[in-house]
Design a protein. Structure first.
Length: 77
């Protein structure tokens, strides 16, 4: 399963803003991350937050597209 993610960095706290289904049935999650996008810190914080939110292990999530972008595709194994 793949999920589209919109990331906002440099937030005061990490949190899920919205979790929606678009008109085509794709799941889109908007997330605020309190880490800067340097040295993979924001991506690591994103994976940790999503793992907790989706109730899966961190190793079950992988960024398959947009590693250096605010728009990402996450795959859940």
């Amino acid at each position: 399963m793949k999920i589209s993610i919109k990331v906002i960095t440099h937030a005061k706290k990490s949190e899920i803003i919205t979790d929606e289904i678009d008109l085509f049935g794709a799941r889109i999650i908007k997330v605020k991350i309190n880490q800067p996008p340097e040295d993979g810190k924001a991506n690591k914080a994103l994976i940790e937050l999503l793992a907790e939110y989706l109730k899966v292990k961190k190793t079950s999530l992988k960024i398959v597209a947009g590693e250096k972008s605010t728009h990402k595709i996450i795959e859940i194994f």
